[in-house]
Design a protein around this ligand. Structure first.
Ligand code: WT7
Length: 572
């Protein structure tokens, strides 16, 4: 389906060269000039993110603005350098060395960031885990990676089956007091006695840095390994997509348990020497708007679900806050509905810039570059230095408007380098020579914009018509009664598949057959007859990942009475 709506109010990025020019001239080699290894030959991403700034006149600049309902603290680049050095020394004393795996399993807090950076400074590979993981999910990850150390809290320790993890030798407890058993350490005690001076482990750019576990459609979660070299992409996309500038106050709402919370919650802002806001605690519209106001956030990177929830909360709430500092908004993780983009423009007076990438890609590959016209519903165009295409299963590039595999020319700086313990899974992504095959289906329009259609396995074929569930879901959420919608193909003896929609209603609406009929008609008339869901089921809540994606796979399993598979990434 063609989409011609264009929003060309340029709300940000006016300091940047045009997309076309950047795309023509940019080469990843240019990005490297920002780093000190260019001169020294010494590499370490944590050094580049923190120490380099502390040593180059930004020592007193605020690096971290942390708050949660109980704490409010800020740290300069110099303080971040010292705290991460201390933690590096703690690990050194314990005996960790380059290449060892250390996991961090705790809610956001300054200590999480000190540990993360300190471990990197020793060349240790960090695996961040989201605090809501339960025992099974924690065990799978620590077991697969043979982690030797873990940073966690006494509360969360209950979910770590330490005795069943023979490789795990050291547990560092944040907030633990008193004598510790052998192999257990109090973070606070150890930090107190550690030196703020550290001899950094200089690594090879291809050395491991980060292990993010992510779910596939089958099997246990996969450990995606990223290397120090990824910082080149984090830096450059931070500069050009997030449009980070010296005076920015930047807030990425993602937890570091997910890749957005590391690539863009740690590396992109700090590699660019920008003040980074971290907010702990749970989502609420009031709290989020307050975070924006109180910190004077200028650049805000979040996700469609959050924007939809804010949209659901209405524009009255927004008016109670002063968001005048805000100049740039971005989104990632799932399809950004055109409706949300229009609402954002109306409500904040700013465009919401979509960006596309995956845990495996390590950084943004396709985005609505600030200088670009936005076509609501499109993910945008490939970042300079990135070649994206729609290919068929044989690797032939398809012409505009043909739906196919969204693929990227290999390599790029932040590309994953390994699936831990699973070379076969890794190879699957590169099965077509010269390409990384994302598993997403999309098409490209005649202007080179990419339009997401679904995961390959989600695309619906009804009576021989291909329908992307996203298009239907986007239409559904435009209906005033619909809060969220998940659409699946349900096997049908006559039509191959029919479209079934699971819908949660906005407050104030009650389920009824009339409402179902009205919604069906709305899609039929707004999108296409064949795209209208033949079946609608109302649900109080839809199954979602913690990064906010509606889990169609789970809806499908419920519908067909099949096993739901790995649910470790599902929100409570
Ligand atoms: C999958 C990757 C890396 C960000 C956090 C999610 C979907 C990502 C978009 C977008 C539509 C998107 C894709 C992709 N996705 N961005 N802008 N529009 N879909 O990382 O958990 O590894 O998920 O998220 O399906 O393959 P992830």
């Amino acid at each position: 389906m063609k989409q011609t709506e264009i929003i060309d109010v340029k709300t940000t990025g006016n300091n940047l060269t045009s997309y076309e020019e950047a795309y023509r001239n940019f080469d990843w080699k240019q990005a490297e000039e920002a780093f000190s290894w260019h001169r020294t030959g010494k590499v370490n991403a944590a050094y580049e993110a923190i120490d380099r700034h502390a040593e180059n006149g930004l020592g007193d600049k605020t690096a971290l603005l942390y708050s949660d309902p109980k704490r409010e603290e800020s740290y300069t680049f110099q303080e971040m350098k010292e705290q991460s050095n201390r933690f590096g020394n703690v690990l050194k004393k314990i005996g960790l060395t380059k290449g060892d795996r250390m996991f961090i399993f705790m809610p956001r807090s300054p200590e999480l960031y000190f540990s993360f950076l300190g471990a990197l400074k020793l060349g240790v590979i960090v695996g961040p885990l989201f605090e809501a993981f339960m025992e099974g999910a924690v065990r799978d990850r620590l077991e697969d990676s043979e982690a030797v150390a873990l940073v966690t809290t006494p509360q969360l320790l209950e979910r770590v089956p330490v005795k069943e993890l023979p490789a795990l030798k050291h547990v560092i407890l944040v907030g633990a007091t008193g004598e510790q058993e052998e192999g257990f350490y109090s973070f606070e005690e150890e930090m107190k006695h550690a030196s703020p001076e550290l001899e950094i482990e200089w690594v090879d750019r291809e050395d491991g840095m980060l292990l993010h576990y992510t779910s596939g459609s089958t099997g246990k979660p996969k450990g995606v390994l990223h290397v120090h070299n990824a910082m080149i992409q984090h830096y450059q996309t931070g500069k050009w997509v997030l449009d980070l500038q010296e005076d920015d106050i930047y807030w990425c709402t993602a937890d570091p348990g997910w890749v957005t919370g590391t690539s863009y919650g740690i590396f992109a802002p700090w590699l660019n020497g920008v003040t980074n806001v971290i907010r702990g605690g749970r989502f609420s519209p009031d709290d989020w708007y307050q975070t924006l106001e109180k910190n004077g956030v200028t650049v805000w990177y979040s996700a469609p679900t959050a924007f939809r929830m804010l949209m659901g909360a209405g524009s009255e709430v927004v008016k109670q806050f002063d968001l005048s500092k805000l100049r740039h908004i971005l989104s990632v993780g799932e399809p950004l509905n055109p409706e949300v983009v229009r609402w954002g423009l109306k409500t904040y007076g700013l465009r919401i810039h979509d960006s596309w990438w995956m845990t495996e890609t390590g950084g943004i590959l396709i985005s609505n570059y600030p200088q670009m016209e936005i076509k609501p519903g499109s993910m945008g165009k490939p970042f300079p230095g990135i070649q994206a295409a729609i290919i068929d299963d044989q690797g032939n590039e398809l012409p505009p408007y043909r739906m196919g595999n969204l693929a990227i020319r290999t390599p790029w700086p932040s590309m994953m380098r390994k699936i831990w313990n699973n070379p076969a899974k890794y190879e699957e992504y590169f099965r077509i020579p010269g390409w990384y095959v994302s598993g997403d289906s999309a098409y490209m329009d005649e202007d080179g914009y990419f339009w997401f259609q679904g995961r390959i396995d989600d695309v619906i074929n009804t009576s021989g018509e291909r329908v992307g569930p996203f298009e239907v879901e986007s239409k559904l959420v435009e209906h005033p009664a619909v809060a969220e919608a998940g659409v699946i193909g349900k096997p049908d003896p006559v039509r191959g598949e029919i479209i079934k929609a699971f819908i949660s209603l906005r407050d104030g609406f009650t389920p009824s057959d009339e409402l179902k009929e009205e919604i069906r008609k709305f899609v039929k008339e707004g999108l296409a007859a064949h795209a209208a869901p033949r079946e609608i089921e109302f649900k109080d809540k839809l199954p979602k990942t913690r990064s906010g994606k509606i889990m169609r796979r789970v809806l499908k399993a419920w519908e067909l009475d099949l096993p739901t598979g790995d649910l470790s990434t599902m929100e409570e």
